[in-house]
Design a protein. Structure first.
Length: 317
């Protein structure tokens, strides 16, 4: 190797004008030495900067690799065919990848292969995709929300998965509960009005309330105050405001019915957990009970009057 280097140097010197080199003198040689020293210093500085940059890159790589590995969100790297190339600990815990040995997402999809293909097609066009999949993991159906972004190296996708199984179960339970409550509301003998507590616009009424007002009427969207009897409307509105501000016991409202004004018993309850600030007014038609009570009172008065007359007759005898 040394001989090859010396031979190369001899060949290079043959192409250089030896007389020109001697004429350059010591001044040019000194200048060349200084230039070489400066260049060497620059190379050393660049080497130091490269070492610092390499250390920073290695530190950043460890940092982001740790974030990816320890992230609480499940991350997958897929190729174009749905094979799992990489996954973090959260994905392994969610999908049981190491123990099951299943490294193809398509094997876990329960009839949702079309949604995966559609998402991959969107990524191929440079976009991002979001979808919900039903996965079969350990014999159990798992609902996950998937966010897909294109891979940086080659075709495929970077996927984040969020387990929404409990959320979907809660939503299903809520829908069933709402259906049961709706059935109870519409089967109730008391009139029920659901309205917006801010605008007083009627949202829903049951059959019993419509019958109280005298028959079929489209009450949805009507202001609740418009259902009150006009002459007593200010008093009724004031009672509603007070009950909305501080829910208390029953109060009286006079509604305008087909047969004229009807003084009915009302009870207001506000839905505190509802973001739409709705309230429910329960109206009870107690006119029959009041008539019965009036008849009982009149009967008591007549009985008492008869007893008094009987007592006076005995005294006169």
């Amino acid at each position: 190797m040394r001989r090859s280097f010396e031979s190369l140097r001899q060949r290079a010197l043959q192409h250089v004008d030896a007389q020109h080199l001697r004429a350059a003198g010591e001044t040019e040689a000194t200048h060349l030495v200084e230039e070489l020293a400066v260049a060497y210093g620059e190379l050393e500085l660049q080497a130091d900067e490269l070492r610092v940059t390499q250390v920073a890159l290695e530190r950043a790589h460890r940092h982001y690799a740790g974030l990816y590995r320890e992230a609480p969100v499940a991350f997958l790297v897929l190729d174009r065919d749905g094979e799992i190339l990489e996954f973090n600990q959260a994905a392994d815990a969610l999908l049981d990848l190491r123990r099951s040995g299943t490294l193809r997402l398509t094997n876990m999809l329960a009839g949702d292969r079309a949604t995966l293909d559609a998402a991959m097609a969107t990524l191929a066009q440079g976009g991002r995709a979001e979808s919900e999949w039903q996965l079969r993991v350990r014999g159990v159906s798992l609902a996950v929300r998937a966010h897909l972004a294109p891979r940086l190296e080659g075709p495929g996708a970077l996927v984040s998965l969020v387990d929404v199984t409990a959320l979907r179960a809660a939503e299903l339970t809520q829908r069933r509960l709402a259906m049961r409550l709706r059935a109870l509301v519409h089967s109730s003998r008391d009139g029920i009005v659901v309205f917006d507590a801010r605008t007083w616009m009627t949202i829903e009424t049951n059959h019993a309330f419509v019958e109280m007002l005298g028959g079929p009427r489209d009450l949805v969207g009507a202001p609740l105050s418009s259902l009150l009897e006009p002459t007593t409307r200010p008093v009724g509105e004031q009672a509603l405001r007070q009950s909305l501000a501080c829910v208390g016991g029953p109060f009286r409202l006079t509604f305008q019915t087909v047969d004229g004004p009807a003084d009915l018993e009302a009870l207001l309850s506000r839905v505190e957990d509802d973001a739409e600030a709705t309230a429910m007014l329960v109206v009870r038609d107690d006119r029959a009970r009041q008539r019965l009570e009036d008849e009982r009172a009149q009967l008591r008065e007549r009985t008492l009057h008869a007893q008094k007359l009987e007592a006076l007759g005995r005294l006169a005898a």
